[in-house]
Design a protein around this ligand. Structure first.
Ligand code: NAP
Length: 460
């Protein structure tokens, strides 16, 4: 018995050393990429027990290979604005890991985009895509282009120039981009048109999030937000709770937020606050989603205008203040690192029961520790928001078969997928001695399939 324990100790120590060594290498090779380091650290910390139990992963250099993207493409995107001035942005596509399928992941257009952000998102995507149970690898891309304040023709010229270069590296069996922050149906439409023109072929499966008239899937627009709520409902039901009768705060007012609000309300919750990058609104009677949809989806206005229609509500010009509102469930659905240590403590002191990360990495590592220490139910992004990419994979399947499923069919599949992700993550956490820790569970469940596949395919 003593020898067995000593042996396990040794394995754990060598797994810890291995993780430390590879993480140091990541920092050295990728200096000044703090978001990428953060994402790698979160995954690595979870993997120690799985590496200790399966030293084969160390022998095959799996971590070293996983943290190095298979390909990083960085390119110039020149375009002409409405005043005839030449503008130049930077485009990226990181093709991270193709062990289990073609690269898959969104495109983000936001001024904050840089190599670190695209790499953290691409790295996360490997495990998220694996968790969905679909045959898709991990990738991500985007540009530091700021769509805010641009005319429709400027958006078109920019996206066409972006696709002129990107088209060389993607294809239905190679790499299939989708939307993310700043990239919705309009941008996907322009990019698809340009891709079709360049290739001279109608390859519907090259992009997902397309319009319904040219190969889009019913339910894709709603998938990430609905999936977020389905996952959190699973988490709550496991302890005898649910959205019904709860008070919810959702940050952001974009694609993920709007459909998270919609599903939470359908399940009987009252959503009292949402935000944009300028500020947040608090409507204690419950947010009127029709107003938010009109302002954001149709008119492209700021969330501050909500209070013009609903004068009993309040607007506060600081988006981070949203976490001071007391709630049972918080769904951060805007952007990375929007909940820090202080915001997490505030949520806890106001009695929050559950957090579901609709956005990618919205909580800092310190904030996640605060939630765990205080026994708050915590659903990590790569599990919670995987519904979007899962339905993107369903869109690819429909494109391959040249048919369309009904909204009910897609929604049912989404519900099953989110339930499976929850079950597999909670089971993996249990198996590796971290009961209830969904960060550990999701990382391990996502990792094992990719790692085992990499071993079967050899060092390539
Ligand atoms: P979106 O439609 O562009 O909406 C983003 C929302 O977040 C907007 O309300 C935006 O406000 C707000 N926001 C952006 N940057 C912010 C900042 N620095 N501080 C505060 N608020 C900020 O994007 P989305 O598709 O909903 O994506 C939101 C998050 O979900 C991202 O983390 C994305 O990676 C993740 N995600 C999306 C999908 C998907 O299917 N779309 C799937 C998985 C994960 P403004 O309008 O003022 O910029």
């Amino acid at each position: 018995m003593a020898t067995l324990l000593q042996h396990q100790d040794l394995e754990t120590r060598s797994a810890k050393n291995y993780v430390t060594e590879v993480f140091e290498l990541v920092k050295k090779r990728n200096p000044n990429e703090s978001e990428f380091h953060q994402a790698v650290k979160e995954v690595f910390d979870s993997l120690i027990p799985v590496l200790a139990a399966n030293p084969n992963y160390m022998k095959h250099g799996i971590l070293e290979r996983m943290v190095e993207p298979e390909r990083v493409i960085s390119f110039q995107v020149p375009w002409i604005d409405d005043h005839g001035k030449v503008q130049v942005n930077r485009g990226f596509r990181v093709q991270f890991n193709s062990a289990i399928g073609p690269y898959k992941g969104g495109l983000r257009f936001h001024p904050s985009v840089n190599a670190s952000i695209i790499k953290f998102l691409g790295f996360e995507q490997i495990f998220k895509n694996s968790l969905t149970g679909q045959p898709i690898g991990g990738g991500k891309g985007g540009s530091d282009f700021d769509p805010k304040g641009k005319s429709d023709t400027e958006i078109m010229r920019f996206t066409q120039s972006f696709m002129s270069e990107l088209s060389k590296y993607i294809g239905p069996d190679i790499d299939v981009p989708a939307g993310d922050i700043g990239v919705g149906a309009r941008e996907i439409g322009y990019m698809f048109g340009q891709y079709k023109k360049i290739r001279g072929a109608y390859e519907a499966g090259v992009l997902t999030g397309k319009g319904l008239s040219y190969g889009g899937s019913l339910g894709r627009k709603e998938a990430t937000g609905y999936g977020t709520v389905y996952f959190v409902e699973e988490m709550l039901q496991d302890v005898g709770l649910g959205f019904k009768g709860s008070t919810v705060v959702v940050s952001g007012s974009g694609n993920v937020s709007i459909y998270a609000i919609e599903k939470a309300e359908q399940l009987g919750a009252k959503v009292v606050a949402c935000s944009d990058s300028s500020g947040y609104i608090y409507d204690k009677q419950g947010i009127n989603l029709d107003t938010v949809k009109r302002l954001k989806e149709v008119e492209g206005k700021r969330i501050s205008e909500y209070v013009i229609q609903h004068p009993h509500a309040q607007y506060y010009p600081d988006c981070s203040g949203i976490w001071s509102i007391p709630c049972d469930i918080a769904l951060p659905c805007a952007t990375q690192n929007e909940i820090d240590d202080a915001a997490a403590k505030l949520l806890v002191s106001n009695g929050v029961i559950a957090i579901g990360e609709g956005a990618n990495m919205p909580s800092t590592l310190e904030a996640v520790n605060v939630f765990h220490e205080n026994k708050v139910l915590f659903g990590p992004a790569k599990a919670v928001n995987a519904g979007g990419v899962a339905v993107s994979a369903l869109e690819m399947a429909q494109n391959s078969m040249r048919l369309s499923w009904t909204l009910e069919e897609v929604d049912l599949k989404l519900q099953e997928i989110m339930k499976d992700i929850y079950t597999n993550s909670i089971q993996a956490a249990q198996d590796y001695n971290a009961p209830g820790n969904l960060v550990v569970g999701a990382n391990i469940a996502g990792f094992k399939k990719v790692a085992d596949t990499m071993i079967s395919q050899g060092v390539i």
